[in-house]
Write a protein that binds this ligand. Structure first.
Ligand SMILES: [Ca+2]
Ligand SMILES: [Ca+2]
Ligand SMILES: [Ca+2]
Ligand SMILES: [Ca+2]
Length: 224
């Protein structure tokens, strides 16, 4: 009888051990699903001196962009080697702009960061435009020169400082610019074939006067 009890006890122990092991293995099988959250979306750091590849930038109206080397003595730790110079002239407040096609899932991010060199106080003003592909067709649908299906979120940034600056803009500070178009919600995910954040443009405007010559540098644009 005693031997039988011992055997039974060992049997129960082995059984409960194997049960425990099985339960411990379950969480590791599930963890890759939660590990895939990106922490940065690089729009451009311009380091490759190539404005046609990653990313392909276009300009419109009276704006010119060029790659340029940052001056060593001006450099801060957060500034890279290469930036772009943005220059132009405004009339009736407007100069032109630059932009790039993105097709990026931006729903993970909370902040847009730009590293900008402003050579003087009031060197220009930037209307940052983010296009959110709401009709899931990977393009910005345009009618009468305006987006006709997709949300356009904007933020106005006046360059009212001198020198380098890291500008951090919470995405919740962007406002929907077309209440009659899209779903008026910042939802740049890539569900149902959407490009998510389909396009970004920087529209360049005067800082202070109707007509100005405008000049500043951008070292980096990214989302965090
Ligand atoms: Ca490039
Ligand atoms: Ca669209
Ligand atoms: Ca809208
Ligand atoms: Ca939307």
């Amino acid at each position: 009888m005693r031997i039988l009890f011992i055997l039974l006890a060992i049997g129960i122990q082995v059984f409960s051990q194997s049960l425990t092991v099985e339960i411990e293995e379950l969480p590791t099988e599930n963890s890759p699903v939660t590990d895939n959250v990106p922490t940065v979306l690089m729009i451009d750091d311009f380091e490759d001196k190539d404005l046609k590849r990653f990313r392909e930038w276009w300009t419109f109206d009276k704006i010119i962009i060029k790659s340029k080397e940052n001056e060593k003595d001006e450099k801060k730790s957060y500034v890279g080697n290469i930036a772009i110079s943005v220059s132009g002239s405004s009339s009736n407040w407007y100069a032109g702009g630059l932009g790039t096609y993105l097709d990026e899932d931006a729903h993970f991010f909370k902040t847009l960061k730009l590293v900008i060199y402003s050579p003087k106080i009031n060197s220009g003003s930037i209307r940052i435009e983010l296009y959110d592909d709401d009709n899931n067709n990977k393009i910005v649908d345009i009618e009468n020169d305006k987006p006709s299906k997709d949300d356009l979120f904007i933020y106005d940034l006046n360059l009212v400082w001198k020198g380098w600056k890291v500008v951090s803009i919470p995405l919740e500070d962007f406002v929907d610019f077309n209440n009659d178009v899209g779903d008026n919600i910042w939802n740049p995910n890539q569900l149902y074939g959407s490009a998510g954040l389909v396009q970004m443009q920087l529209v360049i405007l005067s800082s202070k006067f109707k007509s100005e010559s405008i000049e500043f540098d951008i070292d980096t644009i990214k989302f965090n």
